[in-house]
Design a protein around this ligand. Structure first.
Ligand SMILES: C[S@@+](CC[C@H](N)C(=O)[O-])C[C@H]1O[C@@H](n2cnc3c(N)ncnc32)[C@H](O)[C@@H]1O
Length: 320
């Protein structure tokens, strides 16, 4: 079912225990509770978790009253998930072949993107998720980006980085080739040895892929609590088929925590802005024609400056 031999081997009965020993599941409940707030999940939301693994996020969300559908390519992960959370619907299928939905939220958590053989395959998965998402829905991706991998591992401009760590009886050997951007990780314990391959994407590359897949707006955060993006942490991407400013209130995250906003005044352009800008503010301003021509020009100039500086995406509506 899983297209890659290495993935079929890794995600077997021994995988859950290996990563439990590495402490990877310790924050599952807290992450989900924070994610619910970040996305502004309405009660009873229809959620697709892809790939869901053994269902740790899906089970938590179902227990909070949402209607969850989990998809994973591994027979053993799906079997385990069904055993643990019989009330959740689980389906064994490739991540490029998702149920039609529509879903209010699609989750792709814990760096579960970049496994497929080619970038085109990864884009196919994003297109499938876009297709399964309600027009007013939101895709949530949590990823170790290339920036995060470099920050954590790379010394200077070395061509590759090798690292070995031992935790609770598990040895993890990682080799990252900075030329190809492929991270190769081998996990060994008690006679169980498996290897994974991950294509590391830069944040801008993820945004580009999301836009190619049809998403109209993308926000980024440095945590599920809505902290600013940082190379030191994984990135949370919230991608919307249509700009949420047009259809529904934005998640309740302080504007000072939003990735698309400069957080201090250093280096900002010397133009009179109507107020500090966030995407929320922008969405509001679109509906309030209270700016005069000069303010509007300054406003658009500032937007263009920020977009060029941070290579951030702004809603096409703003360019009209
Ligand atoms: C790192 S785990 C994450 C699972 C889950 N999101 C979590 O946080 O526990 C990655 C999952 O991707 C699944 N997977 C890998 N390749 C897949 C594919 N082509 N289609 C569907 N699932 C796939 C594996 O079976 C595994 O359960």
């Amino acid at each position: 079912m899983i297209g890659n031999d290495w993935a079929a081997a890794l995600f077997d009965e021994g995988y859950e225990e290996t990563f439990r020993r590495l402490g990877k599941y310790d924050t599952t409940e807290r992450d989900i509770d924070d994610l619910v707030r970040l996305v502004g999940l309405a009660p009873g939301s229809r959620i697709l978790d892809v790939p869901c693994g053994w269902g740790r996020h899906a089970g938590r969300l179902q227990s909070l009253g949402h209607k969850v559908f989990g998809v994973d390519g591994s027979a053993s992960q799906i079997h385990r998930a069904r055993t643990m959370w019989p009330e959740v619907t689980f389906q064994r299928s490739d991540m490029r072949n998702t149920p039609p939905g529509p879903f209010d939220v699609i989750l792709n958590l814990w760096t579960s993107f970049g496994y497929l053989p080619t970038m085109e395959d990864d884009l196919t998965a994003l297109r499938a998720w876009h297709h399964s998402l309600a027009r007013t829905g939101c895709l949530v991706m949590e990823l170790t980006t290339r920036e995060n991998a470099e920050y954590t591992n790379r010394v200077g401009d070395e061509l590759s980085t090798s690292k070995v760590v031992d935790i609770n009886g598990v040895r993890e050997t990682s080799i990252i080739d900075w030329g190809t951007g492929i991270s190769r990780n081998t996990y060994s314990r008690d006679g169980w040895t498996r290897t994974s391959y991950l294509r590391l994407y830069r944040r801008t590359e993820i945004e580009d892929l999301l836009r190619q897949a049809g998403f109209a707006a993308v926000d980024q955060y440095g945590s599920f609590t809505g902290e600013p993006v940082s190379d030191a942490h994984r990135t949370i991407f919230l991608a919307y088929p249509i700009s949420p400013g047009r259809v529904s209130p934005r998640p309740h995250v302080p504007s000072s925590h939003r990735a698309a906003v400069p957080h201090d005044d250093s280096g900002t352009p010397d133009v009179p802005l109507p107020q500090r800008l966030s995407r929320e503010t922008v969405a509001v301003n679109r509906n309030e024609p209270s700016l005069d021509g000069g303010q509007l020009s300054a406003f658009l100039l500032a937007l263009r400056w920020w977009a060029a500086r941070d290579r951030l995406y702004f809603d096409p509506v703003l360019r009209e």
